[in-house]
Design a protein around this ligand. Structure first.
Ligand code: DAH
Length: 368
């Protein structure tokens, strides 16, 4: 069979446009691979043509070989391009199918809330923070000396019995640590480690062996301590009146100081706020009744001396507030035990939105 160069070239052109057409029409990767095998595979059309080069005379073979290489490269390149397109269109389809609308609101049952205890502690910190207090902390498992003795509660003191202390198992030498019965031991730790002027509050967990509607074996307090050369009972009163009014959000809240006794303060006072009880309900503010909310007093000079602070030069005041108690009063929570039940319905009702961050600045701007 005589070889006619021009016809061969025309055939190649036809073949090329046929094959490029098939490549373009391949609808998915599998179809594209069929096209590739039919063209470039071992038994493919182009491969077959390549084999036929052997029968040509040398000059024709050169020209035909070059033309066939061009065809082969063009088809191979078109296949690669189409392959890339098909692979990417697969990703685009998946992205479209699996799209997640991140602007959708979360499902109600998945939303969390801030526990009233945490919220109340944050509020107390915000108020005292504005007054220049900083936050101090101490261990829950405490030495007897810090929890009692250094606070002027010696071993035979009746106040020890009132505290219903949880004791931790004795160590080898017989000495027993306690679960702190109040946050007051952090007063001692702070006075030992910092020099006056001192102005701290101490929010934290406290423990007493007591359990009923108004007592829990674990509860929370906030301790306050100011030690410097000038602070007196007037400062104590001003500071605590301001705190009560800011915390309960009642600008003219009546606050009463009633003489009391604590071993670590002298003189001592319990603080009451005004309220009314009408028809079983309780309202904080002006009224004919009083509610006790915290203990306070001038730091006993003996306590200062126990911490190595010169009581002829320094003085100050201290106070202790029960967190659950003020939270119950402010938010109308009737039973103390519910704080620790982790009942999701209770948390939904009494909890706070995560972004409801207490701020004294916001309060002032709202004019409340
Ligand atoms: N620690 C006392 C208690 O748990 C509360 C208290 C009263 C703390 C008077 C004080 C204070 O710092 O001055 O009952």
């Amino acid at each position: 069979m005589a070889f006619v160069a021009s016809e061969f070239m025309e055939d190649l052109d036809k073949l090329k446009s046929e094959m490029l057409g098939q490549v373009a029409e391949a609808a998915d990767l599998a179809a594209l691979d069929d096209v590739r095998v039919a063209a470039l595979g071992r038994k493919g059309q182009i491969t077959g043509l390549m084999k036929s080069l052997g029968q040509m005379d040398p000059d024709d073979r050169k020209a035909a070989g070059a033309a066939m290489n061009v065809l082969k490269d063009a088809v191979a390149e078109a296949i690669e391009t189409r392959k890339f397109e098909l692979e990417n269109s697969g990703i685009d389809e998946r992205l479209a199918a699996e799209r997640i609308d991140v602007t959708l609101p979360v499902r109600p049952e998945a939303s969390g809330s801030i526990h009233p205890i945490s919220q109340t502690i944050d509020e107390v910190i915000a108020i005292f923070g504005e007054m220049g207090f900083s936050v101090a902390e101490g261990p829950d498992i405490e030495e007897d000396w810090y929890n009692f003795t250094a606070l002027n509660i010696p071993p035979d003191h009746p106040a020890r019995q009132e505290h219903d202390t949880f004791y931790v198992n004795a160590e080898k030498d017989g000495h027993r640590k306690v679960l702190r019965t109040h946050t007051s031991p952090v007063q001692i730790r702070t006075m030992q480690s910092a020099k006056p002027p001192i102005r701290i509050i101490v929010p934290g967990r406290t423990y007493r062996c007591d359990h009923d509607a108004t007592h829990s074996p674990m509860f929370h307090q906030v301790e306050g301590l100011v030690v410097d050369e000038v602070s007196h009972m007037g400062h104590l009163k001003g500071c605590l009146i301001e705190f009560c009014r800011a915390f309960f959000g009642v600008d003219d809240l009546p606050v009463r100081f009633r003489p009391s006794y604590f071993p670590f303060t002298e003189p001592s006072a319990e603080v009451d706020i005004g309220c009314t009880r009408e028809g079983g309900g309780l309202r904080i503010g002006h009224g004919d009744d009083w509610l006790e909310i915290l203990g306070s007093g001038m730091v006993n000079p003996r306590v200062l001396e126990n911490c190595g602070i010169d009581s002829t030069k320094y003085q100050g005041f201290a106070f202790g507030v029960g967190i659950e108690r003020i939270a119950m009063l402010k938010y109308g929570i009737p039973d103390l035990r519910t704080f620790y039940e982790s009942d999701i319905r209770w948390l939904n009702h009494f909890g706070f939105a995560p972004l409801d961050v207490p701020s004294m600045v916001a309060r002032a701007q709202l004019g409340s």
